[in-house]
Write a protein that binds this ligand. Structure first.
Ligand code: NAP
Length: 260
């Protein structure tokens, strides 16, 4: 397999370090011929993201600051990517955030502020990014937007709490965006990944049990890794998926199909 996204220009949001799912996707897109731009959220991770950007081979990688709660940074990150790469064909949205207090414990104890913050960063940011990349994708004659979800969008996972609601909203936003952007041949899809050990995952109480459960109860009887999510992302971002939109594709060793 080679070059299935040759010449495509991708904005990848959500790289924090080498374990990030967004990093696995950026690397895969780069290997298959895409030009990639990365963003970083805050100075804390800037050096790591710049170092990782240096590992990509498809030409100079724009690295831009982006906190998705900041409209000016959203505008600048999208405009800066389009200028540096000559347009945008692909958007990868791989971010999520919730206050520690709103994960674990009882869902009933989630605070009003915590709900608003988690939904704003983890779900609504997809719409805010989509409306900014849409003109560039229209200009290119179409495009692909993908985001990252989890099975807790569809079924209750005790302790995942406010993030479960955020992922349900995210998958719904995918369907509404697919309808609105479809006439311009902009496709919008989600990947529902099984548990992967990343920075964000470390903040989820009981994450180790989630992995053990997934191994025991998945048809494939094993965990998945970020590279497997990246392969599915590559498919969704490529013309091989040209008739796929509004979809949530599970990359979870089949866990979602079970009721045990
Ligand atoms: P990760 O490496 O920690 O990535 C999460 C990213 O979200 C980080 O880059 C983080 O930046 C960013 N972020 C948080 N708040 C932000 C904000 N206000 N503006 C911009 N970026 C912000 O963890 P990950 O597991 O790869 O997560 C990527 C996506 O996959 C998330 O949507 C997650 O829910 C989803 N997912 C993960 C798993 C799993 O088991 N790991 C399973 C299914 C779905 P900072 O770190 O700098 O704050």
């Amino acid at each position: 397999m080679s070059g299935i996204v040759e010449g495509k220009r991708a904005l990848v949001v959500g790289v924090a370090n080498k374990r990030s799912i967004a990093w696995a996707i950026a690397r895969r897109l780069d290997q298959e011929g895409a030009r990639v731009a990365l963003t970083f959220q805050g100075e804390r991770v800037e050096d790591d993201v710049r170092r990782l950007a240096g590992e990509l081979t498809g030409g100079p990688v724009p690295v831009l600051p982006l906190d998705v709660t900041d409209d000016a940074q959203l505008d600048a990150a999208v405009a800066g990517t389009a200028e540096a790469l000559g347009g945008i064909d692909i958007l990868v949205h791989a971010i999520a955030f919730a206050k520690v207090d709103d994960l674990g414990g009882r869902f009933m104890d989630v605070s009003d502020d915590g709900f608003r913050l988690a939904l704003d960063i983890s779900s609504w940011s997809l719409k805010r990014l989509a409306e900014r990349v849409d003109p560039h994708m229209r200009e290119a004659g179409g495009g692909a937007i993908i985001t990252l979800s989890y099975v807790a969008a569809e079924r209750a996972v005790p302790g995942y709490n406010v993030m479960g609601i955020a992922k349900s909203a995210l998958e719904s936003i995918v369907r509404y965006l697919a309808w609105d952007l479809g006439p311009a041949q902009v496709r919008v899809n989600a990947l529902s990944a099984g548990p992967v050990r990343t920075l964000a995952a470390r903040g989820i109480p009981g994450f180790g049990d989630m992995v053990d459960n997934a191994i025991e109860r998945s048809p494939l009887r094993r965990a998945i890794d970020a590279d497997e999510v990246a392969d599915a992302a590559l498919f969704l971002c490529s013309d091989l998926a040209r008739a796929v939109t509004g979809e949530t594709l599970h990359v979870d060793a089949g866990y979602h199909a079970m009721a045990i």
